[in-house]
Ligand binder design. Structure first.
Ligand code: TRP
Ligand code: ZN
Length: 519
């Protein structure tokens, strides 16, 4: 843990830097869940043709992280069943992955890290049989008895157990995944920690519905997304079931297991707002969550309707990790992140449009999430505190990103300051694998939309952001998709401005603000 501390701080800093310094500112007996028995979606003559099976690829084709996700199928639904002992941290689990084959499959991979696999069955066309499987790094390779025909729906049923552990990853300075702090458990899975607790096609390009069932002692609360039911299952145990119909990327599935209390907040129109929080957290720190509904309505007026049926927050006690994650519907915050006040709440809420409803097609498009959420958080600051606060925030971010602040500090020439800034804050588009969440992705990403707004005005910029959400919501998109949309709606000059902001080694000037790189 000590080894990770400086990195943890760095994540804190990058979100911290986005914030204004404005003064105010189971394995219960496997239940035959509905949908377990699936029927073939293709006519018999297709299934009886001679198959030409080959293994599904071990990666979905992400250029930055070639091993993430898998090829050859598309997940429709995860049915995750966990039986958890929060004190020990042990989990007995069974997950059914229902998927459609994209080509004839002799075998296919799921991402799964750690945990002890006990059994794998595969069901095709209602016929279920045990399957051969082996583990290779973060891959669980499943070889069904018979090849699976392209277009067939199949279910991979994996029984496993163990103590899930975070998955070390170079993208963030700490291991993302399952975290246990005292007897509270929560997940911080971006980018690839979901595979630490359920077998998945762990990539934002493959979204799926989820039925999550978690059985715990009856004094423990389980929090996730979607529609909740809770029932006693005897012997002091209780079963929570969360049904997420709106398909999500695996890393965006929220999970909290602990002594949480629940508070209803003022709604966002007809959208109910709930905050779950650890009762040890000082109540005053939770004040920003009262305004979630108001913030959602503010964004909805600019980006289009809030994309889900409910919204809220899960606030956990922190173990020194200061971070928040935009888990779908219910964002997850450590108590340390509350030091950022409303800025972090606005940031995570904006991600529901940018990151959750529109997901990235490749991880190196991440500025589409972080830059857009940072811009949105500045918009909320402007709305709540005033135009000056927004302008000061933008000015400060530009000075850091361009090296102007270094040039002003003693002993650094303009040229040297600009050079240092270019190295420290590379263009936000296509970052390196270990630079996914660096300040540039957030701040220069956010400045990109500020510059676009300066050029074209509010109406045009919100027209483009609204169209972005309408066109790509429920799916994935790339930087090129965004630039093409800007070109289509706002013309070449606007598209070139965006490209220069996200791709040029040097940050472009912002003439209407009197800002240009030093030298
Ligand atoms: N997406 C987070 C944000 O809102 C930052 C982040 C990336 C993160 N990976 C994480 C947070 C893992 C917690 C855990 O800025
Ligand atoms: Zn973010």
């Amino acid at each position: 843990m000590r080894r990770l501390a400086p990195g943890i701080l760095a994540v804190g800093l990058l979100v911290a830097a986005c914030q204004g310094t404005e003064p105010r500112a189971g394995n219960e007996a496997p239940v035959a869940a509905p949908g377990t028995v699936t029927t073939s979606t293709i006519p018999r003559e297709v299934t009886t043709r001679a198959l030409d099976p080959r293994p599904g690829a071990a990666g979905i084709g992400d250029p930055l992280y070639p091993g993430l996700g898998n090829g050859g199928y598309d997940v429709v639904e995860y049915r995750i069943d966990l039986d958890v002992e929060p004190e020990m941290g042990t989990v007995r689990a069974r997950t059914e992955v229902e998927a459609v084959a994209l080509h004839d499959l002799s075998s296919f991979n799921l991402d799964l890290v750690g945990m002890e696999v006990r059994r794998v069955e595969v069901e095709v066309d209602g016929v279920r049989s045990p399957a051969a499987w082996r583990r290779a790094g973060r891959e669980l390779v499943v070889e069904p008895d018979e090849a699976i025909a392209a277009g067939s729906t199949f279910v991979a049923d994996v029984t496993y157990e163990g103590i899930p552990a975070p998955v070390p990853e170079r993208a963030v300075p700490f291991a993302p995944g399952w975290r246990k702090v005292g007897d509270t458990i929560y997940v911080f899975d971006q980018p690839d920690g979901a595979a630490g607790w359920f077998p998945a096609n762990d990539h934002p390009r493959d979204r799926a519905a989820v039925r999550l069932t978690v059985t715990v002692p009856d004094d423990v609360v389980v929090v996730s997304a979607g529609e909740r039911t809770r029932r006693k299952v005897g012997a002091g145990r209780v079963e929570y079931r969360w049904v997420v119909e709106e398909p999500l990327a695996p890393y965006l599935l929220p999970l909290g297991i602990g002594p949480f209390e629940e508070r209803s907040e003022p709604p966002a129109g007809s959208i109910p707002v709930t905050t779950w929080f650890d009762p040890d957290i000082l109540e005053g720190l939770l004040d920003p969550f009262r305004r979630q509904g108001e913030i959602v309505q503010f964004f909805a007026e600019r980006f289009g309707p809030y994309p889900f049926d409910r919204v809220g927050a899960l606030v956990v006690e922190d173990d020194g990790l200061r971070a928040a994650l935009e888990t779908q519907e219910v964002s997850t915050y450590t108590s340390g992140s509350l030091a950022w006040g409303e800025a972090v709440v606005a940031h995570e809420l904006a991600h529901q449009w940018f990151g959750d409803h529109v997901t990235v097609a490749r991880w190196d498009d991440i500025w589409l999430n972080e830059g857009f959420a940072t811009f949105s958080q500045w918009l909320w600051l402007e709305h709540d505190v005033g135009r000056d606060a927004y302008d000061r925030q933008v000015d400060r971010a530009y000075r850091v990103m361009s090296g102007l602040d270094r040039a002003e500090s003693a002993g650094v020439s303009a040229g040297e300051a600009a050079r240092q800034a270019r190295r420290a804050f590379p263009p936000p588009d296509h970052p390196r694998a270990d630079q996914l969440f660096t300040p540039s992705v957030y701040q220069r990403g956010g400045l990109t939309l500020v510059a676009l707004r300066d050029l074209v005005g509010d109406e045009a910029v919100f027209d483009v952001l609204g169209e972005w959400v309408r066109r790509f919501g429920g799916g994935s998109a790339t930087t090129e998709d965004f630039i093409a949309l800007v070109e289509e709606r706002l013309g070449t000059e606007a598209a070139e401005l965006v490209r220069a902001f996200v791709d040029d080694p040097q940050i472009p000037p912002m003439p209407s603000r009197g800002l240009a790189p030093p030298g």
